[in-house]
Design a protein around this ligand. Structure first.
Ligand code: ZN
Length: 273
């Protein structure tokens, strides 16, 4: 503590003498204000809200990042997505239900969990897609660009080595976006995929059939549905109702596709990338 305080005092003395020197050369009030603005800019420039990083030429790939909630398609297609896995509790059950009904889905995996529970998903994701849901489910919107990039890169590598599939999609935890997330997504050439409809387990306690009916009724062509294959027992309302949901949507003429398949079917000029 004494050392820290001493360092702080020395730094304060140094900066005061630097300001005094500047004041002598250029006029003190203007210099003080310029110093404050520069200081504020440089701190904010590196912060989580900034879409730029550093003063050198930026490596941002194609630099064409889009945020996708929903995909305009002319036919009844729907994409089921499951976040936060893999974990032993519900992930195998969800994979079993999807396999039984031959439904492809997109799993937004947490990198650290993919590494730890690789055996749960290895060889079980044929026909499915994986996306990156960060390394440890921290709030990326509160990290600076370098930290977001490192987090996603680490997660990307863990997901790729656990599943044999390289994610092309990014869904930040809670859908929280900061400029740093956009910047990292550009650098890593990810599509940012959110959702247009989510499971609402809390509104249907102990009523999987009622929950399934709600979701089936709310889907429109191009809907991206958010679910979770990780969480407490309340999640079971959605997961136990998954077969009903699948049957109900098929009865309405819907076909299940992965998010990338959905994006490739987008209508309109320049819709697909
Ligand atoms: Zn999540």
């Amino acid at each position: 503590m004494a050392d820290g305080a001493g360092r702080w005092r020395r730094r304060a003395l140094l900066s005061r003498s630097a300001l005094l020197l500047g004041g002598a050369a250029f006029g003190s009030a203007a210099t003080l204000e310029a110093a404050r603005v520069t200081d504020r800019r440089s701190r904010l420039g590196d912060g989580p809200a900034s879409t730029t990083a550093g003063n050198r030429r930026q490596d941002v790939g194609a630099g064409d990042v889009r945020v996708v909630w929903d995909v305009p398609v002319g036919t009844p297609l729907v994409a089921l997505t499951f976040d936060d896995g893999p974990r032993p509790q519900w992930t195998p059950m969800v994979l079993d239900i999807l396999a039984e009904h031959r439904v492809p889905a997109t799993f937004f995996l947490v990198g650290e969990r993919a590494r730890r529970h690789a055996a749960l998903v290895r060889g079980r994701l044929d026909g499915h897609e994986v996306g990156n849901h960060s390394w440890a489910h921290h709030d990326l919107a509160r990290m600076d660009p370098a930290a977001v990039h490192d987090d996603l890169r680490r997660s990307h590598d863990a997901i790729t080595s656990a599943t044999g599939l390289a994610p092309r999609l990014l869904r930040p935890p809670w859908g929280h976006l900061g400029g740093a997330v956009l910047h990292a997504a550009a650098r890593l050439d990810y599509r940012l995929v959110l959702w247009s409809l989510q499971m609402v387990e809390r509104e249907f306690p102990h009523d999987p059939a009622g929950h399934a009916r709600r979701i089936v009724g709310d889907v429109r062509p191009g809907t991206i549905v958010l679910g979770h294959d990780v969480g407490d027992e309340r999640r079971l309302v959605a997961l136990a109702g998954l077969p009903d949901m699948i049957t109900g949507l098929r009865a309405r003429g819907y076909t299940f596709v992965t998010v990338s398949d959905l994006l490739s079917r987008a209508a309109g000029p320049g819709a697909a990338r």
